[in-house]
Design a protein around this ligand. Sequence first.
Ligand code: ATP
Ligand code: MG
Length: 383
Amino acid sequence: MKVVKKVNSVSGSKHSVEERVIKFLEESEEDFLALWLENVILDDDDIFKDRVRKNGFQMYQLAKKSLLQTISDEELIELAHKVAKERVLSKSNIGEFVFNMNIGRSTLIKYVNKSGVSIQDLQPIIDRINDHFDRYCFLAVTRYTELKDIEINEKMLFVNQSHNDRLSLLGQMSSSFVHEFRNPLTSVMGFMKLLKNEYPNLKYMDTIEHELDQLKFRITQFLHASRLESAEKNQEEIHVESLFDDIISFLYPSIVDGDVNVSTKIEPNCKIIAVRDEIKQVLVNIILNSIDALKQKNSRERNLWICCVKTDHTISFTITNNGPKIPEEIRETIFEPFYTTKSFGTGIGLFVCKSIIEKHRGTIYCESDQHQTSFVIRLPENA
Ligand SMILES: Nc1ncnc2c1ncn2[C@@H]1O[C@H](COP(=O)(O)OP(=O)(O)OP(=O)(O)O)[C@@H](O)[C@H]1O
Ligand SMILES: [Mg+2]
């Protein structure tokens, strides 16, 4: 990289003025450097603080040399890059470096002014010094920024990598646990059915069965999220009205507990070919989320509207609640895995919904304002 700004080079015959200035500077070198060091900012914790004097002295030597000849970018880059690296390693603020360098520049100019050379002869010398410091500052700060960017990118890479590692470890652990739970659960549920047939009047059977259904729902959810449940399942014709009857009786205890009024408006001809358990999983998740959101409402009127219509060959479900607004900036994020605002939430509900709907070639999105929140699902009739 070349710094474009150029100052006329000094011809050999005009050296006498510059030589006079250099001679004066060399005579007052000790004073000049002491004054500069007195005014610089130096952090006690700076691991390279001992090098600041040496670097400053080197810069001063180059500035003197620049009065007699043009200093190449390469020569300047060597010092600028070395200083930039030290500033990065010492974790210091680049503002301090720029400040110290400018103190060096103004102290040098102060001494040049005292050299006894006429103002007319001094101006081109001051221009050369300023140009020299400007180039040096540009090269050092540019390099410092590059090194800082590299450092930030490396850290980001590390953070992302370890986050991904932890997520996948968590996923593997939970899915293997969950898998182990499912087999005993299936057999307990089978024995429950047998018991119910043998002793139809046995107390608490419905409650136990309902709780086991909830457990099965959670386990299936985890398996969907971990994508272990990838085997193709059988599609069947689903009558949407009867599907909602089933869902509402499954969720009845939660609906009563949340004190929610549910209204449904389902067109009678709504049918869909899809995997029943999976579509049920999606709708249960969205209704459970709606009930949770409505519970945050203090006023009595907690409403949930379920609507299903058919247009051309598309079935559209709209599930609306009059709970709090979902802010615009998180309306996409809520579909990401592990995003939750609930103390006991897992944040995989909507992620599973989206995966299932997309697997059925459909779409799902959320609309929300201060009055109501709707989740809209569109599925092809023959998914
Ligand atoms: N109807 C809704 N109204 C307001 N916020 C909602 C609604 N549905 C979802 N959310 C927000 O989206 C987040 C993610 O929902 P998601 O179903 O994925 O996870 P969760 O309900 O927190 O946990 P779980 O895995 O147990 O379902 C919720 O924590 C909540 O903040
Ligand atoms: Mg949820």
